[in-house]
Design a protein around this ligand. Structure first.
Ligand code: NAX
Length: 331
């Protein structure tokens, strides 16, 4: 039998946490043969609720779940973890300035970065979900200099999956037959969902999404805005932000990272830019990636037309501004 993997979920008493921890304990994230030990962190006001989640995990009698640590102590939470899913953060409340929200999250991610750096297992993989996800991940990277940058990422897989879902609905095809959409940039409304290289499986092989949809106005307009604004649409409908789809996307992200992407398929991950596609180096930016042996690699050589170029640049500019704002909170 395999040794258990320790998975940290911060903000585990929140709504994504509540959807995510049972998925991890059922093997959705790391596989049906991989035992896990869950580490759940939240803040003292949520300690009682967190303990309730722990009680439910015990009550669910998950065969793969070999232990649960539920704590408000960051060091205890981070100790020996192999995977860290950072869902905890400070939400933007009505009337709050962007800078104030940024400042709260900078201080959270700065201190959790140090705890991970000192106490996590060697080669721990980190996924930041909490918003502003890209910039929180960047702060975490900056304050955990001994964690290799290739081990730090942020979640744009939900946006990626939303794009797959929209194409599948539009063409009335199985979502599993659609692949190779791309989310470029920030997990925000400036993200660019790109279908220029996406395909659908057909009996004779595969066919370009653009050819099958045959409606560039829709693909360059409503499709993009629907994906960009899907989060707001969920809040409007549910009076709560997306949780089950976010949790599922976090599992997809880690599973593909650890176990690899299928041959010929890429996924979107927010990763540290090396300057690929003329995206400024030093931002955490969502790119198309393939994964093998536990490492992601940015897909190279895709053609970028003029329409796409502008959109890649626009979301990069927003990320540069967020980075500057985050740094201004440090001084
Ligand atoms: P909730 O408010 O339900 O849960 C957040 C939890 O984090 C709370 O239990 C809170 O007590 C805890 N927390 C706050 N500060 C903490 C700290 N310093 N250490 C540990 N825990 C702390 O929010 P939820 O709906 O679960 O969303 C969580 C985060 O995910 C938010 O930042 C949200 O904006 C972000 N999202 C990101 C998505 C993505 O695709 N990247 C999509 C979904 C989601 O909107």
């Amino acid at each position: 039998a395999k040794d258990p993997v320790r998975v940290l979920v911060t903000g585990a008493a929140g709504q994504i946490g509540y959807a995510l921890v049972p998925m991890i304990a059922r093997g959705v994230m790391l596989g049906a043969d991989q035992p896990v030990i869950l580490h759940m962190l939240d803040i003292p006001p949520a300690a009682e609720a967190l303990n309730g989640v722990k009680m439910e995990l015990v009550d669910a009698a998950f065969p793969l779940l070999k232990g649960v640590v539920a704590t408000t102590d960051v060091v205890e939470a981070c100790t020996s973890v192999n995977i860290a899913v950072m869902v905890g953060g400070f939400p933007r409340k009505e009337g709050m300035e962007r800078k104030d929200v940024m400042s709260k999250n900078v201080s959270i991610y700065k201190s959790q970065a140090s705890a991970l750096e000192k106490h996590a297992a060697a080669n721990c993989k980190v996924l930041v979900v909490a918003n502003p996800a890209n910039t929180n991940a960047l702060i975490l990277k900056e304050f955990a200099p001994s964690i290799p940058e290739k081990n730090i990422s942020c979640l744009t897989r939900l946006d990626h999956n939303r794009a797959l879902g929209q194409i599948s609905e539009r063409l009335n095809v199985q979502v599993s037959d659609v692949k190779n959409v791309i989310i470029w940039g920030n997990h925000s409304s400036t993200q660019y969902p790109d279908v220029n290289h996406a395909t659908v499986k057909i009996p004779a092989g595969e066919k370009a999404v653009r050819e099958l949809v045959a409606d560039d106005a829709w693909l360059n307009g409503e499709f993009i805005t629907t994906v960009q604004q899907r989060g707001a649409a969920i809040i409007k409908a549910r009076k709560l932000s997306s949780a089950l789809s976010a949790a599922s996307a976090a599992c997809d992200h880690i599973r593909d990272w650890v176990l690899g992407t299928p041959e010929g398929t890429w996924v979107s991950m927010g990763v540290y830019s090396d300057g690929s596609y003329n995206v400024p180096a030093g931002l955490i930016y969502s790119f198309p990636v393939t994964c093998q042996n536990g490492e992601w690699k940015i897909v190279q050589g895709l053609s970028i037309d003029e329409f796409s170029r502008k959109k890649l640049d626009l979301t990069a500019e927003e990320l540069s501004e967020e980075k500057a704002l985050a740094y201004s909170c440090l001084s």
